[in-house]
Design a protein around this ligand. Sequence first.
Ligand code: MN
Ligand code: MN
Length: 457
Amino acid sequence: MEYKRKNVWLNISDDERNDLEALATDYMDFLNVGKTERLATSEIVRRAEEAGFKDIESFKSLKAGDKVYAINRDKAVALFVIGKRDFEDGLLIVGSHLDSPRLDLKPLPLLEKKGISYLKTHYYGGIKKYHWTNIPLALHGVIFNKDGEKVHVSIGEKEDEPVFFISELLIHLSKDLNEKKASNVIEGEQLNIMVGSIPLANEDDNPVKKNILRILEEKYNISEEDFLTAELEAVPAGRARSVGFDSSMIASHGHDDRVCAYSSLASILEVNGPEKTSVGLFVDKEEIGSVGSTGMTSQFFENTLLELMNLRGEANLLNFKRALKNSKVLSADVTLAEDPNFLEATEEQNTAKLGHGVALVKYTGSRGKGGSNDADAEYLEEVRRAFDKAGVIWQTGELGKVDQGGGGTIAYILAEYGMQVVDCGTPVISMHAPIELVSKADLYETYRAYKSFYENI
Ligand code: MN
Ligand code: MN
């Protein structure tokens, strides 16, 4: 009679527990190599190729069962398993994002102040700025050297590599600072990353910065000017770790949204010979509004779909519009998990609970569902039946108390074509903090949910 959420741990078999552990270990490996959208994209492509996917450029025609990938500027990627039915019957899409909140370097970042050299940053996505102080940071990205060669930079992840650091005022002298609002404790312009303190001998002007430039030239053959066109991102250094005496959770940077990206990848790699073309879509720039040529609004997905339709002789406007309109989507993005330490921000009954499975989120948005996709009851029911058929443990989620705030995903962008879309993802604690937390049980059910979507819708 009465509805109650199910605790995953109390409702799975010993065999399933073993599968869950194996999946969690593989997910942590994925997190450790995929620390930026670029690195995650190349890891997805590597795994897809291993599973028989081929670059769209290599196809002259398409047949049912073909496995295709398309890369968008090394920062987004789509995997397709071609279905037996025509494209106009619609596709099954699980769409996630690979970008996470972080600190990007400014175009001219190097600075020396009082004998310490820094890199200036501009933060990316929604962060609490003070979170990013006093933790080890790693740098990843690309920079073009003097010869115009693209150099991949990755420093701070290996045990024998140095890390980077942003300082914050000692407690002993924080009388005034402690009175400030949390949003102003550290200002954006104070997020300067310490990168060195040894001066070059016999130099009066910026001797530490010049020493850093000397090291960069030696190591990467780059000069200060090369930063102007570079893309370098600072993220927390270190590996994903199991959490708790019972190891039931995972702490890591980037669960939002790599936990859904990974789950979607793991499930589409197991799709073979589907009726409808199945898609794993991994986009960039969600955290700053899905803009830019690698974000969801770039039409990368639409253009790629049209190319695929062309390879099967189905590319005309009517078929294309029908393919879009008839598609069904899980917008695979994380939701918040109830934090027992901060119950005042959420509404108890409608907030996803840690360890109680993947969350279906009918609407996101803020203050009156503003900007939300708000999935319809008919589609929710269809998804429910698909999950229940596979025995997926799922719950519903909501992004906090009605008047407290909120958030958005890529859901509304695909819904513009008339697709049926619902948000469906893993509950996260400490979302957008440098290190976030998920339950291994919820990861497992997220993967099982996406798999059942491909199989049962
Ligand atoms: Mn997200
Ligand atoms: Mn986010």
